[in-house]
Design a protein around this ligand. Structure first.
Ligand SMILES: [Fe+2]
Ligand SMILES: [Fe+2]
Length: 297
């Protein structure tokens, strides 16, 4: 178990995760991840923590798009991104300030968040196509639009399931979704690092292939394939921890990698064009992956 995954038991059946495992946040970029306690299966609590997590993530997606849209070439798209950022920041603050909904309010609560995410899914799909076709010349890769859309779609599916009173996470779904996300994060990192960061770029690309293998071939075959392809990357941890599942081990390893990367970027030890807020964003998504894997059945 990594430091980050230990978390702190809070009140109301919640766990507050920090980078260090302690109470202090690494200012100014670290954000906490608040999740139900390990044994808490209450769908209303899960809906509240997942909505809190997802709305903050959506606000950041919109902000990252805006950062990558120069007004000269994508003024209208940028203004729209900033509008979405405000909508999700407001929604996040509203959720954060309130307690989990009552069971009788669960459907209404989840549905409200889902309905607000839907137009943002459309925006991501439309602009992804525009960037792919050359109609839009922003600095947002088509894969970044697609990646952010897949996350938004996944949060709507999750909230719709929770609205039915079902909080259980399916191991296959969790693994399939997040291994793909981790593969893409690793490639984003590789392509946003300063081209002089040879070693880190290589580590990021190898990490991407490990997750692609886990995604495409499943746990056992994937780990074996990864071992053959890429000795010396996250595979080290699979060898050192044979008792834990290959996927959990890989997830904990990429969480450690991202935590170190976030600190390195913040301290400017790592040269890149990665905004520190993006570094913490992908770290929190890796943490969510680890948390979900441990609950999944
Ligand atoms: Fe994201
Ligand atoms: Fe992501």
């Amino acid at each position: 178990m990594t430091q980050q995954a230990v978390g702190m038991s809070g009140q109301n059946g919640l766990t507050v995760y920090t980078r260090s495992g302690g109470k202090e946040l690494e200012q100014p970029y670290e954000k906490t991840v608040v999740m139900p306690a390990a044994d808490n299966k209450d769908p209303a609590t899960h809906a509240w923590t997942d909505a809190r997590f997802a709305t903050d993530i959506m606000a950041e997606h919109a902000l990252f798009f805006a950062l990558l849209m120069p007004p000269e070439v994508a003024g209208a798209e940028r203004a729209e991104a900033l509008r979405f950022s405000k909508i999700f920041t407001d929604l996040y603050q509203q959720i954060d300030a309130a307690a989990p909904p009552e069971r009788s309010e669960l459907k209404r609560f989840a549905n409200n968040v889902v309905e607000q995410i839907k137009p943002f899914i459309e925006y991501k799909a439309k602009l992804g196509d525009a960037q792919r076709s050359g109609k839009l010349r922003s600095l947002v890769w088509p894969l970044f639009f697609d990646h952010a859309r897949h996350e938004a779609e996944r949060w709507t599916r999750r909230l719709e399931t929770l609205a039915q009173g079902e909080s259980e996470l399916d191991r296959v779904e969790v693994t399939k979704f997040w291994t793909n996300i981790m593969d893409e994060h690793a490639r984003f990192v590789a392509h946003l690092l300063d081209p002089d960061e040879y070693e880190l770029i290589e580590t990021a690309m190898k990490t991407s292939r490990v997750f692609a293998d886990l995604h495409n071939h499943g746990r056992v075959v994937g780990a074996a394939t990864a071992l053959v392809h890429e000795p010396g990357t996250v595979v080290d941890s699979l060898v050192q921890n044979p008792e834990t599942s290959a996927v959990l081990s890989a997830a904990e390893t990429i969480l450690d990698f991202k935590t170190k990367a976030a600190r390195g970027i913040e301290a400017a030890r790592i040269k890149s064009i990665i905004d520190p807020r993006l570094a913490d964003h992908v770290r929190r998504e890796a943490l969510k992956f680890v948390d979900e894997l441990k609950r999944a059945v």
